[in-house]
Ligand binder design. Structure first.
Ligand SMILES: [Zn+2]
Length: 443
């Protein structure tokens, strides 16, 4: 049996009845020695539960890469546990939808692209990816870069993969104009997906609020955008019509992090008024292909943490960026994943001479909702992913591969060559070098 690979560090706060006691464990990638935090036990044996039985009696059966969606039901008194998963950009280049064409059915079938990660995503209480394309509907031909327009079938495939919501505040929002904007929202909703960061009318909330296991969480999504000469906003230079200004959550980086934080903070305040106690903020930001966040990202993250957000998850740079834990009010620790990279795209070593563009991740958060109303991130970790691309029958076939399960049990992935497994191993190593285990224990 291979060792447990997944990068993870977790803080175990024992139940209130037991008083405060801390324990932590960490597991890491192949052969890498991870310096543990004080009191850390490293490398649980393969197949062993990563949580103590007291914390999560079901976890032993759930496997190393699949947090148990029912974990909260067995939590000690005093708090409820909620597991959130987030993956990066679904960037649908033309070869991605051409590869999804099902000639026999006469339609597009994207489900095989997500088949290997669907069990992971489905195991979360709530799973989110970034919709870096539009589903413009009738009147538009399908297209990839620079103006993305994908078949409507994509939405159902994402839902089928266990994804609950897509973030839609991003620089490609206006790629199919006003008509495509509304058709994208309608198509996502018709497939059962929540669509974040946009709204079809100003009467809708600027964020999505959901009670999960009795804990009220707000999912807030904003994108960088440009300021047009008429005072309106534009996305990738495509204007957002003035009568739609409030239908997309956007901030203008050139106007400063404080202004962006104020815009986002107003939505946090609105969600708080509506009873939300946890605030998960998804931001589309940063410089493309940079593996470290820029000053604006760091400053905006710091300002949002001051406002009491629970976690920050970013995307857009097409590569994974580093992550960190920021100190929040009252000793709260806030995980910040600056960029999750591409979840699926045609960007890779062969097309861009950039191996990092084919590496992605599913970021995980375990939230605790306490009886007194507080919601905090108790654990944050990630599962590296890798985009497979094969040439079959004259076209490209893609699949998102969960790296750790593939390396641990390559027999379950017989379609991967030894060279591909090595590339996956490289991706895991590079990601772990970039993002050390996140320690959410109190200072
Ligand atoms: Zn983007």
């Amino acid at each position: 049996m291979k060792k447990l690979y997944r990068s993870k560090i977790l803080l175990l706060l024992l139940g209130l009845l037991l008083g405060a006691a801390l324990a932590a464990c960490a597991a890491t990638g192949p052969g890498a020695a991870v310096p543990g935090s004080p009191g850390t036990a490293v490398q649980p044996p393969a197949g062993a539960a990563e949580e103590t039985p007291e914390q999560n009696p079901d976890s032993a059966a759930s496997g190393p890469a699949a947090p148990d969606p029912e974990a909260g039901t067995a939590a000690p008194p005093g708090y409820t546990e909620i597991t959130l998963a987030a993956a990066g950009d679904v960037l649908v280049h033309n070869t991605i939808y051409l590869g999804a064409w099902d000639a026999a059915a006469g339609s597009y079938d994207f489900r095989p692209q997500y088949r290997s990660v669907a069990p992971l995503l489905s195991s979360a209480d709530f799973a989110v990816v970034d919709l870096e394309t539009t589903m413009g509907g009738p009147g538009f031909s399908y297209s990839g870069y620079p103006c993305f327009n994908s078949p409507d079938e994509l939405a159902a495939a994402l839902k089928d993969a266990g994804i609950d919501a897509v973030t839609a505040a991003n620089n490609h929002r206006m790629d199919t104009g006003r008509k495509g904007f509304f058709h994208t929202i309608e198509t996502a909703r018709a497939s059962g997906l929540e669509i974040l960061g946009v709204r079809a009318a100003e009467t809708e909330l600027p964020c999505y609020i959901r009670d999960i296991k009795g804990v009220r969480l707000a999912f807030i999504n904003f994108s960088y955008c440009g300021r047009s000469v008429d005072g309106g906003k534009n996305f990738n230079g495509l204007p957002l019509p003035l009568d739609m200004t409030n239908l997309v959550n956007g901030f203008v980086p050139e106007e400063g992090a404080a202004a962006a934080a104020a815009e986002i903070g107003a939505v946090v305040d609105r969600a708080r008024e509506l009873g939300a106690r946890g605030f998960i903020v998804f931001l589309h930001w940063g410089y493309e292909y940079q593996r470290q966040p820029n000053d604006f990202q760091r400053e905006l993250a710091r300002l949002l943490v001051e406002q009491g957000v629970t976690a920050i998850i970013g995307g857009h740079p097409h590569v994974i960026q580093s992550a960190e834990v920021l100190p929040g009010p009252a000793g709260v620790r806030v995980p910040v994943f600056y960029s999750l990279g591409n979840f699926i795209s045609d960007q890779r070593l062969e097309t861009l001479d950039n191996i990092h563009t084919e590496q992605g991740m599913i970021a995980w958060l375990k939230l605790r909702g306490y009886a007194d109303g507080r919601v905090e991130a108790a654990e944050a970790w990630y599962d590296p992913t890798w985009v497979m691309k094969h040439y079959e029958g004259g076209r490209s076939v893609y699949a998102i591969i969960p790296s750790l399960p593939a390396l641990a049990a390559p027999g379950d992935y017989p379609f991967l060559s030894a060279a591909e497994l090595e590339r996956i191993r490289t991706g895991v190593r590079q990601t772990e070098e970039l993002i050390p285990p996140l320690d959410l224990s109190p200072p």
